[in-house]
Design a protein around this ligand. Structure first.
Ligand SMILES: C[S@@+](CC[C@H](N)C(=O)[O-])C[C@H]1O[C@@H](n2cnc3c(N)ncnc32)[C@H](O)[C@@H]1O
Length: 268
């Protein structure tokens, strides 16, 4: 608990993002990743393998952009730093402890951006990926388990009735916010000339000790994705983490070249 407080207090974060809960969510993620290290290791291995396949046959390796870099554990940062001239790690918050760990990589740059496409008050703020898509040197983009997370802060914002204070004409329909934000991220990914590697969880299952599925929740706003290059399960919360009698299992998909997968599924 003391470590979490220290990380919270030493991490720079815009007040608006702090109010949206991004800093607390990032510290919670770090804390849970520590407690669940053994359960999460197979998930990280799968993610690394998809990213390594995505970078293997690229003709050029100038810049790689990692979206939702977070703890920078589900991407092989050292290998990216060795292979590319520049590695841009993009997240709404970069924890002090992650900054410290990455400081030894001279070509790793931390970029702080809200990738939702919404301003903190919930109003549209433009395409958050446009600045990266406009950079002709970006040869690889990795969306690193970000897609399902983008709507979360804004669902909380709606719950806090902040958006209800906006004039009705400007207030987004919060019931429809997840599909819209997920669609926005997918459309942004389609705008890249470089290769796009997508890693995302798509569904959460609550499972009891007898293996019965108690509840299933869809995580990406009802979007249907093309056939993935890899799929696996991620034990997000083993027994005892979220409750003594159930575990939370996420279905995860990985795309070595997401835009190629989209084209193939359109053609079929
Ligand atoms: C499940 S974590 C991704 C894990 C991360 N790739 C890792 O290796 O730890 C989701 C990440 O998305 C980030 N995120 C959530 N909403 C965001 C937003 N609107 N803009 C940018 N990043 C966001 C969180 O801060 C978090 O780091």
């Amino acid at each position: 608990m003391l470590a979490e407080v220290l990380v919270y207090l030493t991490t720079p974060c815009r007040a608006a993002h702090r109010r949206l809960g991004h800093l607390k969510a990032a510290v919670d993620l770090w804390s849970r990743a520590g407690r669940c290290a053994a359960a999460w290791a197979p998930h990280y291995r799968q993610c690394w393998s998809v990213v390594e396949r995505a970078m293997a046959d690229l003709p050029r390796r100038r810049k790689v952009v990692v979206l939702g870099s977070g703890l920078a554990r589900d991407v092989p940062v050292a290998r990216l730093a060795a292979a590319f001239e520049t590695v841009l790690l993009v997240d709404v918050v970069h924890l002090s402890i992650v900054r410290l760990r990455l400081a030894r990589h001279r070509n790793v740059v931390l970029v702080t951006r809200d990738l939702s496409g919404l301003a903190p008050d919930g109003r549209p703020s433009g395409d958050p990926l446009a600045e990266f898509a406009a950079d002709p040197e970006v040869d690889l983009i990795v969306s690193a388990n970000l897609l399902s997370q983008i709507p979360l802060a804004y669902e909380d914002l709606a719950a806090a009735h902040t958006i209800a204070t906006l004039p009705p004409a400007d207030a987004p329909d919060m019931d429809g916010i997840a599909p819209v934000l997920v669609a926005g991220h997918l459309a942004g990914l389609a705008g890249f000339r470089g290769r796009v590697c997508l890693l995302t969880d798509t569904e959460q299952r609550t499972v009891d000790r007898a293996g019965r599925v108690l509840e299933t929740a869809e995580l990406i706003g009802g979007h249907r994705l093309p056939v993935p290059d890899a799929c696996w399960t991620w034990t997000l919360a083993p027994f005892g983490e979220d409750g003594p009698e159930h575990e939370l299992i996420h279905a995860v998909v990985g795309y070595v070249d997401f835009n190629r997968a989209l084209r193939t599924s359109d053609a079929a």
